[in-house]
Design a protein around this ligand. Structure first.
Ligand SMILES: Cc1ncc(COP(=O)(O)O)c(C=O)c1O
Length: 374
């Protein structure tokens, strides 16, 4: 009989397990109630219709191995971002890239830095690579960039910055990030995770704020990897496609560390088509901005403060046990995310849905939290 606790390395034994948002099927099995899912920041309008068409066209080729170089998508992304093809590496979601980047730059004795209450994959990716992780307390529900700089030591190789941040929905503006990058010592690479880029960019136009120059930083030769994904505004979370844009030399190592054939042919075709589907993106962004304002106002009317979001979800402090509230809401057919795993046991994260989904969310939210007001 083998005892794997003796065989598996210590850093693997101590790894945390990622708990995703509950699926509709799972919630429905638990409660017997039909549910809407507002728990994983997916696109409520589904995939880009152009992507669906492109996927259908290549389904019969699914018996063939995909193009391991992901050539067409890389070429289109390089054109789209006006950057060299050697700067772009696609993978099976930005989650996969986080793991690959961590394994490329970390090993035992080295460390990465991120913030508390940020994307849960950052500590998992660093620790799975055998590295350490420092999670710095937040300032104003956002990354404390000065404190992160102060935490850099000679063993630090990576900083993970979620901009906008999941789950708080906050950003650090372009000028603050540029300033931070200028101060970052040369042995540290910044991963600027812009999974919610399009939402933030849309809000920044409405609010007159300069949100991000992340790709410019790569063009200027800084030690920066920008992460983007097809999971959010393009509605392709289930297909698993994301990409990194970074220095060519670093990306050549990242490409070698990436799992071979990890982006399926169907996913490649869908992503190429989704990239040009501006109407789907615009519809998603307009709905998101309008519905964010409506939800925040309605929740404020019930006495709850919601930070103005820069993404497609809301972070709300309830000042009561959020897991209980989420459970209760699930019984009523609405799946949201309680944030105890992020160290915020009295807060929830709610994905902004279609107007109909948000109406149901508000109705159930009121029923569960303010039963007397009904
Ligand atoms: C900050 C952040 N980065 C990355 C991702 C994951 O994206 P992908 O689906 O491309 O792995 C998410 C998903 O929720 C996210 O919130």
């Amino acid at each position: 009989m083998s005892d794997f606790s003796q065989l598996v390395p210590e850093h693997v034994r101590h790894l945390g397990l990622y708990t995703p948002g509950k699926s509709r099927r799972q919630a429905q099995q638990e409660t017997g109630v039909e549910a809407i899912k507002l728990a994983s920041n997916e696109n409520p309008f589904g995939p880009s219709p152009k992507a669906i068409e492109a996927m259908r066209a290549v389904l019969s080729e699914a018996y063939l191995y995909p193009d391991n170089e992901v050539s067409e998508l890389r070429r289109k992304l390089a054109e789209f971002h006006a950057i060299g093809i050697e700067n772009v590496v696609p993978a099976a979601g930005s989650t996969a890239l986080l793991g690959v980047i961590a394994r490329t730059l970390l090993s035992p004795g080295l460390n990465a830095i991120t913030s508390e209450r940020s994307f849960i994959i950052y500590p998992i990716a660093a620790q799975a690579a055998g590295g350490g992780i420092k999670q710095i307390p937040m300032r104003d529900d956002s990354f404390d960039l000065d404190a992160i700089l102060a935490a850099v030591d000679r063993h630090t190789r990576l900083v993970f910055l979620s901009n906008p941040n999941n789950p708080t929905g906050t950003i650090r503006t372009a000028s603050l990030v540029d300033d931070f990058l200028k101060k970052l010592p040369h042995h540290v690479t910044a991963v600027l995770d812009e999974a919610y880029y399009d939402f933030a960019e849309h809000f920044s136009r409405l609010r007159g704020v300069d949100y991000s120059h992340a790709v410019d930083s790569v063009r200027q030769g800084r030690k920066v990897v920008v992460l983007r994904t097809f999971s959010k505004v393009h509605g392709l979370a289930g297909l698993r496609v994301g990409y990194g844009i970074g220095p060519a030399e670093l990306m050549s190592y990242v490409a070698r560390m990436r799992t071979t054939f990890s982006v399926s042919g169907v996913a490649q075709a869908a992503a190429v088509a989704a990239l040009t589907d501006r109407p789907h993106v615009e519809k998603t962004l307009a709905n998101n901005a309008g519905e964010a304002a409506r939800l925040i106002e309605a929740m404020a009317g019930l006495g709850y403060r919601v930070a103005p979001t820069w993404a497609n979800f809301l972070y709300c402090e309830l000042e009561e046990d959020a897991a209980k509230v989420a459970n209760h809401m699930q019984q009523e057919g609405v799946i949201i995310r309680p944030l105890a795993p992020w160290g915020a046991p009295t807060a929830i994260r709610v994905t902004i849905g279609t107007p109909q989904q948000n109406d149901l969310f508000l109705k159930v939210f009121k029923k569960v939290l303010r039963p007397a007001d009904r």
